[in-house]
Write a protein that binds this ligand. Structure first.
Ligand SMILES: Cc1ncc(C[n+]2csc(CCOP(=O)(O)OP(=O)(O)O)c2C)c(N)n1
Ligand SMILES: [Mg+2]
Length: 560
């Protein structure tokens, strides 16, 4: 490190700040606006992943934030580069993920002329990022990058956008590197925990709901031990299933889209809900119908690292301003009641979860995605990482896969399509020894499918499973429900995805029947290359429990 050296350019100072913060990976699409940073990458010890589109690069950085709890780093050029990156920033916002997007900016002396590709990033990202700023002076790089790390990780984590005027990056400055940022841990107070103790002792039907970010392996384990001691039923919220071991005797299921009705009934009739880390947003709250707003019908204990989230939608009986990491660490201090009144309910809740997820339902067509998920749950190691984007296909993962380890599920809580492939590229780049699977719909895949080329370039043998039903299925489903038999703008004519994989230098296979899947999966693994398995799904198989035709018939009948 060349601290206090006056020989460094802004670009070099910037990259040295990242190294000082422990950054190992950056994801980028290059641009002439930040050549000085690219040059600094050249002889520094940082792994650069060059991507094909900024949306993919930003999603990779966001996925790094989810995988590590530390800010994922993305570099893009000004104007179109920055706007292309915006979905990653939006995901980081909604999913509470730490991430920093660095954007090249026009030179300082041309600012405000609407110079080539000029944008005001404070305005563009003002309502999306946690903080959007611009570095005006080379001497302030360490200060602002340090603050970016603190801002991205403190409280409720989120994205920070930092614009970098081109001439500032080539200027030289004499400035010391910032020390490593240590995110502030937010601990529950003693009084909070004793009130929680009393609420638990007074409860008849308590329920633990887990979500959000700022978890850790230790917090995951401590929560499992707490649940075991209290024999309290636990559900995870939308796309956070990895926060609790699915085969733990207290696991009651996944509270997302189309949850087990028995799980919903249990949560509704709970007299105490302890919501840890999550916001209980629109999807897990079943369109804000689960809990009264602002006054929930049951007692709510809300534990969240962001003070502004507490009381924002739901008025809690007890608000605990704490990160899940800190909260979980003090759970050991709580004592279960002498007689656990809900013991039998918890057993029944877990049995109901197992029954709900055990056997794939019957669906029309020769490929049953449910059976494929069950195959994977039985054949993948527990530390396999499962990534996905948005679409009805993901409903089968949420229902039938059993996440047994922390940080094995990487999916967009924000429901952004196109996330699975870039997330898988990021996961495999970080953890080459782990099995990484990306699920995508046919619509979802082609939003960022070009990042398959990134997987090939960096020799990352991810396995992409494309569930092709020839349509934007989710929207078609809503269409049939609201406007039956009036199909509009939801049909897709698709390429041969297996040939696509081969054209990129990967492995590709088409799966026409459920029985084709196991040998195709095996061949994909053995190929040692990035792979695409193209599943031909019957469009009628719209969810594990209903068909498009049935939805249309129901809607037509109700129209009379
Ligand atoms: C970026 C983005 N654009 C549009 C949507 C709206 N949307 C949600 S699901 C969906 C269709 C997904 O289609 P596909 O990936 O083929 O999955 P399927 O539902 O057919 O299983 C669309 C268009 C979205 N969530 N994200
Ligand atoms: Mg589809």
């Amino acid at each position: 490190m060349r601290a206090n050296s006056n020989a460094r350019t802004g670009g070099e100072i910037l990259v040295d700040q990242l190294l000082a913060q422990g950054v190992r990976h950056v994801f980028c699409v290059p641009g002439e606006s930040y050549l000085a940073v690219l040059d600094a990458f050249h002889d520094r010890d940082v792994e650069v992943t060059v991507c094909r589109q900024e949306g993919g690069a930003a999603m990779m950085a966001e996925a790094v934030g989810k995988l590590t709890g530390k800010p994922g780093i993305c570099f893009v050029t000004r104007g179109p580069g920055a706007t292309n990156a915006s979905p990653g920033v939006h995901i980081a916002r909604q999913d509470s993920t730490p991430m920093i997007l660095f954007v090249g900016q026009v030179a300082r002396e041309t600012r405000d002329r609407e110079a080539f590709q000029e944008l005001d990033y404070r305005a563009v990202f003002g309502s999306m990022a946690k903080w959007a700023t611009e570095i005006d002076a080379v001497d302030r790089i360490p200060e602002i990058v340090s603050r970016a790390f603190y801002t991205a990780t403190n409280g409720r984590p989120g994205p920070v956008v930092v614009a970098l005027p081109e001439d500032m990056l080539t200027e030289r400055g004499a400035v010391a590197d910032a020390l490593r940022a240590e995110p502030v841990e937010t601990w529950p107070g003693l009084a909070d925990m004793s009130r929680l103790q009393k609420l638990l002792w007074a409860a008849e039907r308590p329920f633990l709901l887990l979500g959000g970010s700022r978890w850790s392996e230790a917090a995951w384990a401590a929560t499992g031990r707490f649940a075991q001691r209290f024999e309290i039923p636990v559900a995870t919220t939308f796309r956070r299933a990895h926060l609790f071991n699915a085969v733990h005797p207290c696991y009651a299921g996944d509270l997302g889209i189309g949850p087990n009705p028995k799980l919903l009934a249990r949560i509704k009739s709970a007299d105490l809900i302890v919501l840890v880390g999550g916001r209980l947003g629109e999807l897990p709250s079943q369109g804000y119908t689960l809990l009264g707003i602002p006054n929930p019908q049951m007692k709510l204990v809300h534990v969240h690292p962001g003070a502004e989230e507490l009381g924002r939608v739901y008025r809690p009986e007890l608000a605990i301003h704490a990160a899940p990491t800190a909260f979980a660490a003090v759970l050991e201090g709580l004592e279960p009641p002498k007689e656990i009144r809900w013991r039998e309910d918890t057993r029944a809740a877990h049995a109901d979860y197992l029954a709900w997820s055990e056997h794939p339902t019957r669906v029309p067509g020769a490929v049953n995605l449910g059976e494929i998920i069950v195959f994977l749950r039985e054949h993948l190691g527990q530390d396999a990482i499962i990534c996905n984007g948005a679409g009805n296909y993901s409903g089968w993962i949420h229902r039938f896969y059993r996440f047994r380890r922390f940080v094995t599920q990487i999916g967009p809580i924000s429901g952004s399509m196109g996330y699975g492939v870039p997330a898988a590229v990021a996961a495999k780049r970080l953890y080459p020894e782990r099995t990484v699977i990306a699920f995508a719909g046919d619509g979802c895949f082609l939003m960022n499918g070009q990042e398959f080329a990134t997987a090939v370039q960096y020799e990352l043998p991810i396995i992409v499973i494309v569930a092709d039903n020839g349509m934007y299925g989710t929207i078609r489903m809503h269409q049939e429900r609201e406007y039956p038999a009036r199909v509009s703008a939801t049909a897709l004519r698709n390429p041969d995805f297996a040939a696509y994989a081969r054209a990129f230098g990967g492995f590709g296979a088409t799966v026409e029947t459920t029985a084709d899947f196991a040998p195709a999966f095996d061949a994909a693994r053995k190929s040692g290359r990035p792979a695409i398995l193209h599943l031909r799904i019957d469009p009628e198989a719209i969810t594990p429990t209903t068909t498009l035709g049935a939805i249309r018939q129901r809607a037509l009948a109700s129209q009379g």
